[in-house]
Design a protein around this ligand. Structure first.
Ligand SMILES: [Zn+2]
Length: 244
């Protein structure tokens, strides 16, 4: 049995490249958890009311509800929705945000942490790149016994994986974009595509991205892609059997 923790920036990020893998792992008896750093309170509202007619607190409340729906649809046992400001993840105080993630890692004790790649998941979203840096730093902090968290002892996660995309979809005019990560693992989530789409459907205020989500679902051919950034032990990738 393995325990996997996804760390992402906004409600709906989990549906793109983590939900299918999480559902597959859960069905096979593994454990999966989710940390979402913001409530997506800066986004534009698509829903009952006209655009921009909701203040950010109302939007945050609604997106928190949608996020809980997504967590339930995946079937996650543990999930944390934090309150870092949307569009403020990169500039969040390093010690505070890393410490918060360190505490969560030490409580949940994942074997693998999955987060965005340092390039920001190809979307050039600063929050995504920031999330990658904070989640990666906490991976190291959680394992360091000299960094103390009352009530929780240090914890070594073995694997750190970054979400990525198949190479074919990324090459433009024969060139890869800067920071592109070649996948080391392609997880077949084809039996879960309808349920994965149902996870995104929970995020009603994010429906501006619905065509993109649907396109991505088709373009990825039933797979979710990861780049193994860190394996703290030998042998390497072969040991990640639960990701098959
Ligand atoms: Zn996002």
């Amino acid at each position: 049995m393995a325990r996997i923790l996804g760390v992402f920036a906004h409600p709906d990020d989990e549906s793109f490249s983590f939900a299918g893998t999480a559902m597959k792992l859960l069905e096979r008896g593994h454990e999966a958890g989710l940390v979402t750093l913001t409530r997506g309170d800066k986004g534009r509202w698509y829903g009952k009311r006209p655009l921009y007619s909701w203040d950010s607190r109302a939007l945050a409340r609604e997106r928190a509800k949608e996020w809980r729906g997504a967590v339930a649809t995946i079937g996650l046992g543990r999930a944390w929705l934090l309150r870092w400001p949307d569009q403020g993840v990169s500039g969040a105080p390093v010690d505070r945000i890393t410490m918060q993630l360190t505490r969560i890692y030490r409580e949940f004790r994942p074997d693998a942490v999955i987060t965005f790649g340092p390039e920001g998941a190809g979307s050039e979203h600063d929050d995504h790149a920031g999330t990658s840096r904070h989640a990666t730093r906490a991976f190291r902090w959680a394992a360091d016994p000299s960094i103390r968290t009352p009530g929780h002892r240090s914890h070594h996660s073995r694997w750190l994986l970054y979400t990525t995309a198949p190479e074919a979809g990324r090459v433009m005019r024969g060139r890869r974009p800067a920071g592109y990560l070649t996948p080391t693992h392609a997880v077949d989530v084809s039996p879960y595509l309808a349920r994965k789409a149902a996870v995104f459907e929970q995020h009603r205020t994010q429906f501006k991205d619905r065509p993109f989500f649907q396109w991505l679902l088709r373009a990825r051919g039933g797979k979710e892609y990861f780049h193994l950034a860190i394996d703290t032990q030998r042998p390497p990738a072969r040991e990640l059997t639960f990701l098959r």
